[in-house]
Design a binder for this molecule. Structure first.
Ligand SMILES: Cc1cc2nc3c(=O)[nH]c(=O)nc-3n(C[C@H](O)[C@H](O)[C@H](O)COP(=O)(O)OP(=O)(O)OC[C@H]3O[C@@H](n4cnc5c(N)ncnc54)[C@H](O)[C@@H]3O)c2cc1C
Length: 391
């Protein structure tokens, strides 16, 4: 039977869920806090099952058209000495494929495809939720509202609705800031050949993504609060890499002047359950695995497909559908969040000793060891890909 479904947050998770659920014939309403969507944003690498689901949705061509080339990545020490040089083609053999794209670019592929079938209410948030039986009355910030059979909360990492209605969820602070941006500039670096500097308490990635554009992303351990971090973001960038080559310093100075786009602190949501009555958490709002897992977007897309799958199996028993989704997701979430913690300690080593250990191991690693470190941890099992949950 056709259900009334509210999706709060029309990001990657929200739009993917909207796509699957409208295809099942449900009446889907999407609200988003933003006044409009933008194509900009940090670079992400959509991998493995994330790309596979986009292909199932018939969006592979659009995804590839919006992506940037990625050929090689070199992990280097702060003096530029190569620790390890990897080809994406080789890495992709284990995970099928990956696509480098901006968060906004991926989001736009989904939105472009959906915008004629879906009405997004912009500048709108949930201001109140009242449940009676299986129905829930939701009030919006614009004074309007709706009755919903299912409310899917995909408001991202700092979801206010999760904080209000899922009291058991907690934010794990990585005490790491991440910043980055894109800069239009002519350069002579090969496009698609990326460099990642590994250093004590910091990591800097430089991505030449086009002949006239470079993106950077960097992570620095920092225990200050977000407001303080934002306030001194430019100084942090310049000070943190002051011992690097003149070439790197010049580039970072230019970013500080004209190319910085985002500054945030890395956090991870630990929610003991993704379900509360007929409300369900999806994407970063429920299980953000942080940028360090490299899998947040893929997991958002996967979670959206999994939830829609269970809704299609029992449309008249949405609570069971949500419970099955939760059962499937919990071990997957634990796995990817563990990967993120492991990546934090390997790729942002806490002291010289740990840096030394990482450099020695990574430099001498065989293909098999690299596969174990880089791509084995992000593979889902056949059962998980078929949504078979182990209770
Ligand atoms: C620096 C960085 C690098 C990353 N790299 C990768 C990578 O390489 N690979 C990868 O797979 N993932 C990566 N990720 C993670 C990925 O970007 C996220 O996991 C993904 O964007 C989550 O999608 P989402 O839809 O859950 O949330 P979001 O994309 O955050 O979307 C949330 C939506 O909710 C809206 N919203 C917010 N609050 C409200 C509210 N109160 N009411 C209504 N709407 C609201 C927002 O406007 C937005 O549209 C990276 C993340 C970062 C920060």
């Amino acid at each position: 039977m056709k259900k009334k479904i509210l999706i709060s947050g029309g990001g990657i998770a929200g739009l993917t869920a909207a796509k699957f659920l409208t295809a099942q014939g449900h009446e889907v309403t999407v609200i988003d806090r933003a006044p409009s969507f933008t194509k900009a944003g940090f670079l992400i690498s959509l991998k493995s099952f994330g790309v596979q689901i986009m292909e199932e949705l018939g969006l592979l061509q659009e995804l590839q058209a919006a992506s940037s080339p990625s050929e090689f990545v070199s992990f280097v020490e702060k003096d530029g000495q190569v620790i390890q040089h990897l080809s994406y083609e080789k890495m992709n053999k284990n995970i099928e494929r990956s696509v480098l794209i901006s968060r906004g670019g991926l989001h736009n592929v989904l939105y472009d495809h959906l915008k004629n079938q879906l009405n997004v209410l912009f500048s709108t948030t949930i201001s109140g939720i009242n449940s009676a039986g299986n129905k829930t009355k939701v009030t919006f910030s614009n004074g309007q509202g709706m009755e919903a059979d299912l409310i899917i909360i995909c408001e991202g990492l700092r979801s206010p609705t999760r904080e209000k209605y899922f009291t058991g969820s907690q934010m794990e602070d990585f005490n790491t800031l991440y910043m980055g941006g894109r800069l239009k500039t002519k350069h002579s670096e090969p496009v698609g050949a990326f460099k990642i500097y590994i250093d004590v308490n910091k990591m800097l990635s430089i991505y030449p993504i086009a002949n006239d554009e470079i993106a950077i992303q960097y992570y620095i351990r920092d225990t200050d609060d977000l407001a303080t971090i934002k306030q001194r973001s430019t100084e942090t960038l310049q000070e943190s890499f002051s011992a690097y080559s003149a070439e790197v310093r010049d580039l970072l100075n230019r970013f500080a002047e004209e190319g910085l786009m985002f500054v945030d602190k890395m956090g991870m949501v630990n929610a003991s359950t993704l379900v509360n009555g007929n409300m369900v958490l999806l994407g970063d709002a429920g299980y953000c695995p942080t940028a360090l897992s490299g899998m947040g977007a893929s997991l958002s897309i996967y979670g959206a497909k999994a939830l829609s799958h269970f809704v299609s199996k029992s449309p008249d028993d949405l609570r069971s559908a949500c419970d099955n989704y939760n059962t499937l997701m919990q071990p997957i979430i634990r796995k990817f969040q563990t990967n993120a913690r492991n990546n934090a300690s390997s790729f942002i080593p806490a002291d010289e000793n740990k840096l030394d250990q990482f450099v020695k191991f990574f430099r001498a690693a065989s293909d098999d060891e690299l596969k174990k470190t880089m791509t084995d941890p992000i593979v889902l099992t056949e059962d998980q890909l078929k949504f078979k949950a182990n209770k």
